[in-house]
Design a protein around this ligand. Structure first.
Ligand SMILES: [Zn+2]
Length: 468
């Protein structure tokens, strides 16, 4: 902790998932200790540090529950590590992330988890937690799931895609779900029928269809809808809560909607790339489309409206990034001869709030309160971070943004902090950015400058799943 004892954020407008009101925010020892109308200020004595938020909003820091930092994939490693990735996140107003630790097939969950603790410790500039990607479901790993839950790893991710690498079959999925139900853990699902998709990919390559756009054409939305439906059915059979990651397809969204309408504990996130990019980007000439290769793939532009509707109606609860950056030169390059060899993933840890504020709040698609809900409060609740994180409340961690809703800036990679040589949004001008980003009461970004410290981020033990 820094020596700063008492901070006042004065004259701002606090925005939570439900309320918008004028209030001072008082912070002591990293925690919010009082919310009070500015007229009451004299009663609180003198602060050590004052941040002027007049004309600005005070929001809970963003929570990004889907990131891949320092992750080996496709013969290379995602280009941001826990230092560069968390600093970039902080610049963009994200103050907590939940990254995916990976179990390598044939090894213990513990080995994968230890590796991720090592990657993060001493490097992360903001707080972080882990989900555990489980690639082997057997008696040993099922037992280990209990130990991990006790250590605050309360969500497990399974893959229906990537046969031979991350894929687990339905029996394994079902056993993991039963175990998760008993432990109060949540299952996150990559829901695409990877077995069938591998057939389509092999057939396309045999026809000489090697360009980036075939990444999307060989992963039709019905494969995602089928995987989503199957995940929901298995979860219902196991009576286990389930969270569909990176939902991109309207047909898959229909399945989530139906399950939720039946009262199932089913949740889904989408990502900015599915709201702001499309198949047209993937079809760009000169291998430029490789910059837009992520999985599930970008869909036809007209599908974006369905995702926006889902966000508005709460059929989609969260927007996270699936940040998994690979440089265009030297990494995306690996797939020049075959789209199947392009490392899957796009950078986004820094741009999530910018895009959703500019393209969501300012355009009237979602309210400010809904913006806070999908970027902070809902992920905090679903993933066991609430009430310490995800809202502005007395007793909560002072992970806060002073947000200038009008600040104009351009999303060029040269202006940003992710360690990647391109931006999917190069040249795009947006409005809205934080003037101050606080992590547990300490300013870590001020007027676009990082003033925090690598290693100050702490591992956060998350609670078990609870409907809140
Ligand atoms: Zn991912």
């Amino acid at each position: 902790m820094s020596a700063v004892a008492r901070t006042l954020i004065k004259d701002g407008t606090v925005v939570t998932a439900v309320d918008t009101y004028r209030s001072d925010v008082w912070i002591e020892n990293g925690v919010i200790t009082a919310l009070a109308h500015p007229s009451q200020r004299a009663a609180f004595g003198q602060p050590d540090v004052t941040i002027d938020a007049a004309g600005k909003y005070v929001l809970p820091g963003g929570i990004d529950v889907h990131t891949h930092l320092d992750m080996p994939f496709g013969g290379t490693t995602s280009s941001d590590d826990f230092e560069t990735g968390t600093i970039a996140a902080a610049h963009g107003g994200t103050t907590t992330l939940v990254d995916f630790a990976i179990q390598q097939k044939g090894t213990a969950l513990r080995t994968g988890l230890d590796a991720w603790h090592q990657k993060a410790e001493g490097k992360a500039a903001i707080d972080y937690g882990f989900h555990m990607i489980t690639t082997d479901v057997n008696d040993g790993t099922l037992a280990e799931m209990g130990q991990l839950v006790n250590e605050g790893i309360t969500s497990f991710k399974l893959f229906m895609a990537y046969p031979g690498v991350l894929y687990v079959d339905d029996g394994q999925i079902f056993r993991a779900m039963q175990r998760a139900r008993d432990l109060g853990a949540l299952i996150c699902m990559h829901a695409e029928n990877g077995i069938a998709l591998d057939v389509l990919i092999a057939q396309a390559l045999a026809r000489g269809e090697t360009a980036p756009k075939f990444h999307s054409l060989t992963r039709p939305q019905i494969a995602e809808a089928e995987g989503t439906h199957r995940a929901l059915c298995l979860a219902e059979m196991a009576d286990c809560p389930v969270y569909i990651v990176h939902l991109s397809a309207p047909r898959a969204l229909e399945k989530v909607l139906e399950a939720r309408d039946r009262g199932q504990a089913a949740f889904a996130e989408t990502c900015p790339q599915y709201l702001f990019c499309s198949f047209d980007d993937l079809a760009r000439d000169d291998f430029e489309g490789a910059k837009y290769v992520c999985t599930p793939p970008l869909r036809p532009k007209e599908m974006q409206a369905d995702l926006w509707r889902g966000l508005k109606t709460n059929d989609l609860q969260v927007v996270s990034t699936d940040h998994c950056p690979f440089c265009f030169k030297g990494q995306k390059d690996l797939g020049r001869e075959s789209f199947a060899k392009i490392p899957n993933g796009m950078p986004g840890i820094e741009t999530r709030l910018y895009l959703l504020w500019d393209g969501g709040v300012r355009t009237g698609r979602i309210s400010m309160n809904r913006f806070v809900e999908i970027t902070a409060t809902a992920p905090a609740k679903i993933f066991g971070l609430y009430p310490h994180k995800g809202t502005v409340a007395v007793g909560a961690d002072a992970d806060l943004l002073v947000w200038d809703g009008d600040k104009e800036h351009t999303l060029d990679h040269a202006n940003m902090h992710m360690r990647v040589d391109y931006s999917p949004y190069e040249g795009k001008t947006v409005h809205g950015a934080p003037t101050h980003v606080l992590s547990r009461g300490k300013v870590v970004v001020e007027d676009g400058r990082f003033v925090g410290r690598s290693g100050d981020g702490r591992f956060v033990k998350r609670s078990t799943f609870a409907l809140t």
